[in-house]
Design a protein around this ligand. Structure first.
Ligand SMILES: Cc1cc2nc3c(=O)[nH]c(=O)nc-3n(C[C@H](O)[C@H](O)[C@H](O)COP(=O)(O)OP(=O)(O)OC[C@H]3O[C@@H](n4cnc5c(N)ncnc54)[C@H](O)[C@@H]3O)c2cc1C
Length: 306
């Protein structure tokens, strides 16, 4: 049987850096991480959080540990949350993850506010010793000429890593909504990609409003200037234009394959309602081919992951 593309890594907190009012960078360290893989720039990973009292004692070690984990009773099942590789140095056995500290409403956010150097952490991440792709990344711009990248604070690590690996001649815009102005982290982007930080500031609970405004304005202007680069080719099946109605329980996640023509590629990630609004505006409102829009509305205000 082929070795799975990802596995559990046993690590500990090597370093903690408060990067800004809401971002804390954790460098996880261990010899185990020398086998860490990193298949794509927006590589997602999972952190397995310790249970109070029993830590990681109940985490199954079977080959099919995920089914065993799911079968555990609620009070013995360690919470698992999704994060992104911000940077990794497998040669040194190091992995950086930027955590948004959003208070004590969730186990991951609670963990980051109390984390100490030396704390143990289990991380589910790509295994470099496997020939399989981890499947945990979605950045597929293909031959796109213009890039539209948009996300909230939870997408800042992925967007930063995406921007850093773009070719020097890349063109487009990246919009990042963050809690406050001090959360604009240093990042490197090609000169042709405008990076716009959008602090919520006093509109602190108005998640996604600034992102929706700014991206809508940019997209309207871009489509008006270059309508042919956004729309569906005449040969595309009608279903490509149709967006199903989404109810509250739908997974708001649709990622296209890389297109080989050179139009727009949009990558949208963050709180579900803002990302859904943006995708709807692009596809329904402006007629952008849905195969040009990767959308990941992966966290919902008021609802825990899992
Ligand atoms: C592919 C992917 C990559 C991700 N990468 C990162 C990353 O690199 N860094 C990162 O910080 N997050 C990232 N996230 C988001 C992270 O998984 C969620 O924010 C997660 O809900 C945090 O878990 P929690 O235990 O803190 O809160 P949960 O227990 O899941 O939720 C508890 C409550 O907190 C609210 N909540 C959750 N997240 C936030 C937030 N950011 N701000 C305000 N309220 C919130 C929920 O709506 C809920 O009401 C990523 C998610 C996905 C799917």
């Amino acid at each position: 049987m082929a070795k799975p593309g990802y596995r559990v890594f046993d690590t500990e907190v090597g370093e903690l850096r408060r990067m800004s009012p809401h971002f804390v960078r954790v460098t996880f360290r261990s010899d185990d991480l020398r086998e860490l893989g990193w298949d794509g720039p927006d590589q997602r990973i999972k952190v397995v959080l310790p249970l109070e009292g029993s830590g990681f004692d109940a985490v199954p070690s079977d080959a099919d540990w995920f089914s065993a984990w799911r079968a555990l009773p609620d009070d013995r099942r360690n919470p698992i949350r999704t994060y992104t590789i911000r940077d990794a140095r497998p040669d040194a056995g190091e992995l950086d993850v930027d955590f948004v500290a959003h208070g004590d409403s969730g186990p991951a956010s609670r963990w980051i506010s109390a984390a100490r150097v030396g704390d143990r952490m289990l991380v589910i991440a790509p295994d470099a010793t496997s020939d399989e792709d981890s499947g945990g990344w979605e950045w597929h711009p293909g031959a796109a000429r213009t890039l539209l990248i948009a996300g909230d604070e939870t997408a800042v690590p992925a967007v930063s890593a995406i921007l850093e690996q773009l070719p020097a001649g890349a063109r487009g815009a990246a919009f990042l909504e963050v809690p406050e102005a001090g959360d604009a982290l240093p990042l490197r982007a090609p000169a042709g990609v405008e990076v716009r930080w959008l602090p919520r500031g006093e509109r602190s609970t108005d998640y996604g409003a600034r992102l929706v405004e700014a991206v809508t304005e940019w997209a309207d202007a871009w489509v008006a200037a270059d309508p042919g680069a956004a729309t569906v080719p005449a040969t595309a099946p009608a279903a490509v234009r149709e967006l199903p109605a989404l109810d509250d329980d739908d997974v708001l996640w649709e990622v296209p394959e890389a297109a080989d023509d050179g139009g727009l590629y949009a990558w949208l990630a963050g709180e579900a309602s803002a990302i859904t609004t943006l995708r709807r505006h692009l596809v329904k409102g402006l007629g952008v081919d849905r195969r040009r829009v990767a959308f990941m509305g992966y966290w919902k205000l008021g609802r825990a992951e899992g």
